[in-house]
Design a protein around this ligand. Structure first.
Ligand code: F6R
Length: 232
C-alpha cells in the first residue's frame, strides 16, 4: 500500500487527479466512482482539466434506496452536478434507487462484470465502511440492498434538511466487486476519519472494519490529509 500525506483535501484532489491522468495515458477505461464530500476536490480537478472522458465508462459505488435520479439528494443528481454534466463520459452507471430489490443487484453486478474497473475511487466512513458496506459485511459480498447503520445515517444527516428525510437503505456495490478493481485510490480527509483510517491501515483485517480488507489488495494508494493521518 502506498501512503501519501497531503496538506488538505484540495491537494489530495490534485494528487488523485494526477494518478487518474497517469492511468489514462495507459489502459484506464473504466473508473469506479464515489460520492460524498471526499471526492469533490477530485471532480473539480477533472472538470477544470482539458482531459476528455468521452471514451471512458464510470461505475458508481452506491445509491440511496427509494430516491429517484432527479431527487436532489440522490447520488445520480450529485454525480450529474459534480462531474457528468461538465465532463461527459461514454457511459455512466449508478444503481437505480427506485428499482426492484429482487432484480437490481444482479443487473448491477452484470454491469460490473462487463466493465472491469481499472481505477476505483473510495472514501471511507467514520465506522470504516467502504461503499455502503457497513461493519459486519462479508468480504465476499456483491451488490445488494443494505441497511445503513445509525452512525452512517447520522453522518449523512448533514446533507438533508430534516433527520427523518435521511434514507435508511441503499444499494451498494459489494466488497468483492470493489476488490476486483485493478487499482484503488482511497481518499481520507479530516480528523473525524483518523480512528477509522488507523484501524483500516494498521489494525487486524476484520469485517468489523470493512476498509481493513484493502490491506489484501495488491495495488492501493491511500491519500490522506494531515488531520486524518494524525494517528498513523
Ligand atoms: C459514497 C460512499 C461512502 C463515502 C463515505 C465517506 O459513494 O460510498 O463510502 O465515501 O461515507 O463520505 P464523505 O466523503 O462524505 O465523508
Amino acid at each position: 500500500m502506498e501512503k501519501i500525506i497531503v496538506k488538505d483535501n484540495i491537494e489530495g484532489g490534485k494528487k488523485a487527479f494526477e494518478l487518474i491522468k497517469e492511468g489514462m495515458r495507459q489502459e484506464t477505461k473504466v473508473l469506479g466512482l464515489a460520492t460524498g464530500s471526499t471526492p469533490i476536490a477530485l471532480y473539480k480537478e477533472m472538470t477544470e482539466s482539458d482531459l476528455d472522458f468521452g471514451h471512458m465508462t464510470a461505475i458508481n459505488l452506491d445509491e440511496y434506496f427509494g430516491l429517484s435520479a432527479d431527487n436532489d439528494q440522490s447520488y445520480h443528481y450529485f454525480m450529474q452536478e459534480q462531474l457528468f454534466s461538465k465532463k461527459p463520459f461514454k457511459e455512466t452507471f449508478i444503481p437505480d434507487g427506485l428499482a426492484d430489490e429482487e432484480t437490481e443487484p444482479a443487473r448491477y453486478d452484470k454491469i460490473i462484470d462487463e466493465h472491469p474497473i481499472d481505477i476505483q475511487i473510495l472514501g471511507i466512513g467514520t465506522n470504516g465502511h467502504i461503499g455502503f458496506n457497513e461493519p459486519g459485511t462479508s468480504f465476499d459480498s456483491t451488490t445488494r440492498k443494505v441497511s445503513l447503520t445509525e452512525s452512517t445515517i447520522a453522518s449523512n444527516k448533514r446533507n438533508f434538511e430534516k433527520a427523518e428525510e435521511v434514507p435508511r437503505y441503499a444499494y451498494s456495490m459489494g466488497i468483492k466487486s470493489i476488490l476486483s478493481a485493478k487499482e484503488i485510490i482511497l481518499m481520507v480527509f479530516g480528523e473525524e476519519k483518523a480512528e477509522a483510517i488507523k484501524k483500516t491501515l494498521e489494525g487486524p483485517i476484520t469485517t468489523d472494519v470493512p476498509g481493513s480488507v484493502l490491506q489484501q489488495h495488491p495495488n492501493v494508494v491511500v491519500i490522506m490529509d494531515e488531520a486524518a493521518a494524525k494517528l498513523i
